[in-house]
Design a binder for this molecule. Structure first.
Ligand code: FAD
Length: 334
């Protein structure tokens, strides 16, 4: 029997978000590993999503369903209601959603509503002993867990940055399935009320313009040690300082400085992560940096997997010494 894979597209401001095509790459991997034939379909929830549906259809050649709901913005209770009604009618085996703020909100509840399984934060798909398994990190990327969905449908959320879309597999003219865009109208009341949007928290932080960004994490240990981050950043022209989410939560720095998937996504020439472990939510936002330096006392810190230069040192001792030496050398060159 043909297996069915549903992808819940993520979109905003009338555009498809890149994670949608990462979900497609993951679905194609499942398709390769599944012994039975697999059919991939996209579902786009929102108001007036026909244009988005056509663009996904043109890029992938897969069937695309535009699901009309009476709200323009994400609404968790409505998503769960509409998707569970939809997938009760249309049987599917896999439901792929993004590991985004909205995906993490609706995916687990959707699996409960459909009496299925749920695996969040998927980073890899593999086959072991004839079963399709899903790999995700645990404990700040220190442990890798391999999981299998025991009940159907399996609802998954995909960690952004895990499956880079393959341009050769997108929009292939040789696809058997030429794709279609079907409009499904779903209207029902909901319990959540949209109250408005706020400007991005990164406004005024210079994180988007800086060529060098130095960030501090929980490893700075106390608020006053953020001076070391500022001291290091001051060595570079066109620099800015940032922080991981915990130090913003503690109120040590403003949220406008938060680097990460729920803060600002950055792409400086140089990124220096000080006392930051390298959780997926932080690392996914720094991948586009040209050069990454990490300072951490733990030689096994996950941040070192992405860093170009790894410094295993206590930042509180290392940074003042480095700054002093750097300044001495700089004076010597003048
Ligand atoms: C939905 C969601 C969204 C999130 N969004 C974000 C986000 O946008 N940005 C973000 O950053 N996080 C985000 N997080 C949190 C994220 O999962 C991690 O908890 C967070 O990034 C960890 O911050 P950290 O690295 O500063 O702290 P920790 O993980 O506690 O790491 C501290 C590190 O400092 C090192 N250290 C300790 N002392 C020293 C020292 N003296 N010198 C050098 N190194 C030292 C330690 O070895 C450790 O590796 C999010 C989480 C969720 C669930």
């Amino acid at each position: 029997m043909t297996k069915k894979i549903a992808i819940i597209a993520e979109h905003g401001n009338g555009k498809v978000k890149p994670i949608t095509y990462e979900l497609y790459t993951m679905a194609q991997k499942i398709q390769e590993l599944e012994p039975s034939e697999c059919d991939i379909q996209f579902f786009i929830l929102g108001q007036d999503t026909k244009f988005i549906a056509h663009s996904i259809n043109a890029n992938t050649g897969e069937n695309t369903h535009s699901v009309d709901i009476p709200v323009a913005h994400y609404n968790g209770s409505l998503y769960i209601k509409v998707l569970s009604a939809l997938f009760t009618k249309k049987r599917v085996d896999y439901i792929c959603a993004p590991h985004s703020t909205s995906g993490m909100d609706y995916a687990p509840a959707l699996s409960v509503a459909l009496k299925g399984s749920c695996i969040t934060g998927v980073e890899e798909v593999e086959k072991s002993e004839g079963k399709i398994c899903f790999v995700r990190s645990l404990f700040g990327q220190k442990i890798s867990a391999t999981l299998v969905g025991e009940s159907c449908p399996l609802v998954m959320t995909l960690q952004p940055g895990s499956f880079k879309p393959d341009p050769f597999k997108l929009g292939s003219p040789n696809k058997k399935n030429n794709g279609m865009v079907e409009k499904i109208v779903e209207c029902s009341g909901d319990k959540m009320v949209f109250t408005g949007t706020r400007p991005s928290a990164s406004e005024g932080s210079d994180l988007d313009k800086a060529e060098v960004i130095v960030s501090g994490g929980r490893g700075i240990e106390e608020e006053e040690n953020y001076q070391y981050i500022e001291m290091l950043a001051a060595l570079f022209p066109r620099s800015a300082t940032g922080g991981s989410r915990p130090i913003c939560d503690y109120g040590w720095v403003k949220y406008s400085k938060q680097v990460g998937i729920t803060g600002t996504l950055i792409s400086p020439k140089l990124y220096i992560a000080c006392g930051i472990s390298g959780a997926a939510q932080h690392v996914d936002a720094i991948r586009d940096s040209k050069f990454i330096v990490a300072i951490n006392t733990d030689p096994d810190a996950p941040v070192f997997r992405i860093a170009d230069v790894c410094i295993v040192e206590d930042l509180i001792e290392f940074i003042p010494l480095f700054v002093e030496k750097f300044k001495k050398r700089h004076r010597g060159h003048r």
